[in-house]
Design a protein around this ligand. Structure first.
Ligand code: ZN
Length: 284
């Protein structure tokens, strides 16, 4: 077969594929100023709050939000849910797994506002626990922002609590930016999206500070706290990696909230999260 025939065969073979896939996807135009989208990635229903050091809390249920940061210079996902989208059956029925309940997969929520996983420039998690990394493999093409101690425990041969390595295993080969263990990391270089190291809950737990033009400064706190009741106490979860580090990180962030005037958003705070706008609405 000459090269012209070869090309013709390839073209013929490719044509039906292109038709099946539809027109090429175009990522949404970058916004003019910073935006934050919040997705519903499920609910946790612990039997009690004892492992968090409380006999009783106002609301036992925990929200599981996922976040998309859309910046003029690129996008970043922050925390990606508690069950992978692949756990949903074809009928789309809610996924119930013990204390976990998820009604909506993540990818369709992204697609509803025009984004595909390949449009996401950076992926970052507050920490590696299963309820923050379930859909990580979906973003293996993004650049992963993580500190070395966190990455080390994620792929360690020793057992680590609340870990589901299979859900993020694809990141092992992803382009990775190792963040400094002290100080801040300015994701887009303009001071509007900052990752702050807050070790303790896990070796490299981190929180996200956003300077939103209309909303004002916001601190997305990961699991620095789970329940609002933990603030101003020395109660930390029983599965904490390092309690002293956690208390020091909390003290540092409480001080930062005062100086920055940022709102604190505790991701698992069910009542507070219920009041936040969900995608397609956004904060700017
Ligand atoms: Zn969590």
């Amino acid at each position: 077969m000459c090269w012209k025939q070869t090309l013709a065969v390839i073209a013929l073979a490719a044509a039906p594929l292109a038709a099946q896939n539809g027109p090429a996807h175009h990522a949404p135009k970058p916004p003019k100023s910073l935006r934050l989208y919040i997705f519903d990635c499920g609910v946790l229903k612990p039997a009690d709050a004892k492992s968090f050091g409380f006999d009783k809390v106002a609301e036992l249920k925990m929200s599981v939000p996922c976040f998309l940061v859309a910046h003029p210079k690129g996008t970043m996902m922050w925390d990606v849910g508690v069950v992978p989208d692949s756990d949903f059956k074809a009928d789309g029925a809610p996924v119930e797994q013990g204390m976990i309940s998820v009604t909506r997969p993540l990818k369709p929520q992204l697609e509803a506002i025009g984004y595909e996983p390949e449009d996401i420039k950076y992926i970052a998690f507050s920490h590696y626990h299963i309820d923050h990394t379930a859909n990580a493999n979906m973003f293996a093409g993004s650049t992963w922002l993580v500190s070395q101690p966190e990455r080390d425990i994620m792929f360690s041969d020793k057992p680590a609590p609340v870990r589901a390595e299979k859900n993020y295993i694809a990141l092992k080969d992803s382009k990775t930016k190792i963040l400094p263990t002290t100080g801040d990391y300015d994701v887009f270089g303009d001071g509007t999206v900052i990752i702050k190291q807050t070790p303790g809950h896990t070796p490299g737990h981190q929180v996200l500070f956003l300077k939103l033009a209309k909303t004002g400064p916001v601190l997305v706190a990961g699991d620095l706290y789970h329940y609002n009741e933990e603030r101003n106490t020395d109660h930390v979860p029983s599965f904490e990696y390092n309690k002293e580090q956690s208390l020091a990180s909390r003290a540092k962030i409480e001080e930062f909230l005062k100086t920055s005037g940022a709102q604190l958003w505790i991701e698992h705070d069910f009542a507070a999260n219920a009041k936040l706008k969900k995608s397609p609405a956004y904060y700017e």
